[in-house]
Write a protein that binds this ligand. Structure first.
Ligand SMILES: *[C@@H]1O[C@H](CO)[C@@H](O)[C@H](O)[C@H]1NC(C)=O
Ligand SMILES: *[C@@H]1O[C@H](CO)[C@@H](O)[C@H](O)[C@H]1NC(C)=O
Ligand SMILES: *[C@@H]1O[C@H](CO)[C@@H](O)[C@H](O)[C@H]1NC(C)=O
Ligand SMILES: *[C@@H]1O[C@H](CO)[C@@H](O)[C@H](O)[C@H]1NC(C)=O
Ligand SMILES: *[C@@H]1O[C@H](CO)[C@@H](O)[C@H](O)[C@H]1NC(C)=O
Length: 460
């Protein structure tokens, strides 16, 4: 059910599931109190210059930020849907030379893209601490997730951009190049730090002379790692070798291959191993339609994705396995002679975990069809697709727990929502992003695993 065309918008939600009792992401547990309603995150916004850490207290519906900037001047921080200051929610603060602190709640000028911000009539962000030393200014401040002030932005599960800036003096003025933006899901649990050295790394990557085309989908075939029995892979990451790979790789998928009925797997796939093809416009045949079993996806902005400690996806169950990577490269300037070397890294172990995980995809199938066609000049065109109760009927009786999801759509996608029905009842949205960003398609961990039962109906 994954997307198979580069031309039309496609919408796919993806969930990794397993069938154990629900558990809460351990990173949310306060090690002192055992409580699960506080989340802690940290991001470096510019190395050695500007960092932010934040905690979300879901019981108080409050978020607290701590920013550290290498300046003795003012420090700006904000949240925005687009990365621009227009329609953004901003705070500016600092410490004067005489030690007095200043801090206020501002918002972006809605009439121009990056005009001077405007002080909010109602102040809803509160300073807890402002400290300046010889080189840095640190500000700690908090606010409610939803301040109910229309000059602020309500913090939700949507995709936001953190915007940041600083000045060289305490005179609040144009920040010049001392600024930036980073896409984040503010309320999501962090990608946990893991000791990856205890797993075996299987890397599939292919060096490519990137075509001088705006967009290239490149499909490469690999033989699975040589394993004599079932193993589990427990996480995955992108592999990007060199700066041009970083610059041009938009997303990467790994699929498992299945030969057509009656064909010998080695005869069918081995001749393609080590070769890459333009996925959709290759003059030579390659077996893309037989490599459809989705295994993993990384997208720009994403980090390593690790599964819960008792969960793994089987690998090596068959004597020989073949896989295909599909990598989407961007080359908007149509540069010739760019060399890229990207792929996927899978972490596996022979220490089998308690639970097998798998994938569930919900969405509109666009493969080799025009089933999803958006008429020209459409406004707010809604695409919906269903995974009705028949589609979930072979989920085990006791249900499966979803622990991570990824929303996927192409350039026309603006919002995505996965609704969840059981019998005549609608349950909370499985996922909802009113500000979907094609350039930030993250594997998003649920705060608490979500139970799916046979007969549930999912609507994207
Ligand atoms: C954990 O709880 C303790 C006691 O309430 C509190 O002092 C501490 O700040 C909490 N830790 C986090 C990370 O919120
Ligand atoms: C500290 O300096 C600021 C900026 O010059 C000024 O507005 C403020 O009144 C001063 N505060 C004191 C206590 O001197
Ligand atoms: C000033 O604060 C920054 C950020 O907290 C810290 O890294 C740095 O070591 C501090 N410098 C001094 C001289 O204390
Ligand atoms: C990364 O690229 C360099 C230069 O082409 C190559 O020597 C190196 O082996 C590559 N690294 C990996 C891990 O493949
Ligand atoms: C955000 O997502 C979490 C699941 O990760 C869910 O529990 C929560 O209700 C969602 N919040 C909103 C406002 O939809």
């Amino acid at each position: 059910m994954m997307l198979r065309t580069v031309f039309i918008a496609c919408v796919v939600g993806c969930v990794l599931a397993k069938n154990v009792k629900q558990s809460t992401n351990p990173s949310l547990r306060n090690s002192t109190t055992g409580e699960t309603d506080v989340l802690y995150r940290h991001e470096v916004l510019r190395a050695d210059i500007y960092e932010v850490a934040w905690t979300v207290d879901f019981s108080k519906e409050e978020i607290s930020f701590s920013v550290s900037a290498k300046t003795k001047g003012f420090v700006g921080f904000g949240i925005s849907y687009t990365g621009s200051m227009q329609y953004s929610d901003i705070v500016i603060g600092g410490v004067f030379d005489n030690g007095t602190t200043y801090f206020a709640d501002w918002h972006g000028d809605t009439s121009t893209a990056n005009g001077f911000p405007i002080r909010d009539a109602h102040q809803d962000w509160f300073l807890d601490e402002a400290i300046e030393n010889a080189t840095h200014t640190n500000l700690v401040f908090h606010r409610l997730l939803n301040t109910c002030d229309n000059e602020d932005i309500a913090i939700t599960n949507d995709t936001f951009k953190i915007i940041w800036s600083y000045g060289n003096t305490d005179q609040i003025s144009y920040h010049g190049d001392n600024r930036g933006a980073l896409a984040v899901n503010l309320l999501d649990p962090p990608s946990e730090a893991h000791d990856l050295s205890k797993y075996t790394l299987w890397r599939v990557a292919y060096p490519l002379d990137l075509p001088a085309e705006d967009t290239t989908y490149w499909c490469t075939y690999f033989k699975g790692p040589k394993l004599d029995k079932k193993h589990h892979y427990v996480g995955f990451n992108i592999f990007l070798n060199g700066s041009s790979s970083h610059q041009h790789t938009h997303h990467a998928d790994l699929y498992k291959c299945t030969p057509p009925n009656g064909e010998n797997i080695d005869e069918f796939f081995s001749k393609h191993v080590g070769y890459g093809y333009d996925c959709y416009f290759s003059k030579e045949y390659h077996p893309v339609e037989h490599c459809q079993l989705f295994e993993s996806q990384w997208s720009i902005g994403g980090k390593v994705t690790m599964f819960p400690e008792n969960t793994g996806v089987p690998i090596g169950e068959e004597e020989t396995e073949y896989y295909m990577t599909e990598i989407h490269y961007d080359n908007p300037k149509k540069l010739a002679g760019v060399k890229v070397h990207s792929g996927m890294e899978m972490y596996y172990t022979d220490q089998l975990r308690e639970q097998d995980a798998g994938f569930l995809q919900v969405g509109v199938m666009t493969a080799k069809s025009y089933s999803l066609t958006v008429p020209p000049n459409s406004q707010e065109f809604v695409v919906s697709s269903h995974c009705p109760s028949e589609c979930t009927s072979n989920i085990p009786k006791e249900g499966v727990n979803a622990f991570v999801y990824l929303l996927h759509s192409h350039l026309s996608g603006r919002k995505e929502r996965v609704r969840h029905f059981r019998g005549n009842e609608e349950l909370p949205f499985l996922a909802n992003d009113e500000h979907y960003d094609f350039n930030y398609q993250n594997n998003r961990h649920f705060r608490t695993e979500l139970k799916l039962l046979p007969g549930d109906h999912l609507t994207l």
